[in-house]
Design a protein around this ligand. Sequence first.
Ligand code: SAH
Ligand code: CA
Length: 240
Amino acid sequence: MQRKIMDKISASTNPVILQSEGLLKYILETSVYPREAETLKELRNATANHPLGFMGTSPDAGQLMALLLKLLNAKKTIEVGVFTGYSLLLTALSIPYNGKITAVDPDRKAYEIGLPFIKKAGVLHKIDYIESPALPVLDKLLDDPANEGTFDFAFVDADKNNYWNYHERLIKLVKISGIVAYDNTLWGGTVALPEMVVSETKREWRRCTLDFNEAISKDPRMELAFVSIGDGLTICRRIC
Ligand code: SAH
Ligand code: CA
């Protein structure tokens, strides 16, 4: 029994939680792909053959993010974990012409794969890309108290062992009623499996994800929705 579960988990490189491929295909083909911006589609295709291409934000989760950004009328955002830029381009397309995104990732090479599509979409002027691990960048922003409570939206999609560290900083940087969204909070479904059936490569970040999910569920400073889309998206709204 456990062997079967393990085979299923390790065989799956697709970090999508909806286990019915048919349903996911239906959702994507009915209302995601037909509405996806051409430049986003091109960026997604350019990433498809990257060995880490599965890390790109799933387009259905992206569509939800775009809707949130519009609902919030977000102008000033932060992104932690850019990779080739799917969620970054999506954000840039969803905020106004004078909107600004502070985007942080140490892997500039990956960003350069998406850059031509960001330029083509005419939104590069909205992006302040910082090639760095995110923690020192967030700390530097907080060194200036004028930055506190000024961001409308933050998206975290990076090293899972630092999610709580990001949370403690982002909760100060986003304004009250602002949103912080955390990706991969179901970590390939492993959060609901016993550790022994989870492949060793996934164990450490599974443990971090479990700790983060537990801590955030108890955080009285936020309202939240734990959404089973993509690989799990936890959407938090700062309330105090
Ligand atoms: N949001 C992206 C996917 C991000 S994948 C998309 O839609 O395509 C995770 C990214 O986190 C990788 O590019 C990795 O370089 C980045 N990352 C890893 N450690 C990081 C850190 N300490 N700070 C910021 N980014 C980090
Ligand atoms: Ca992700």
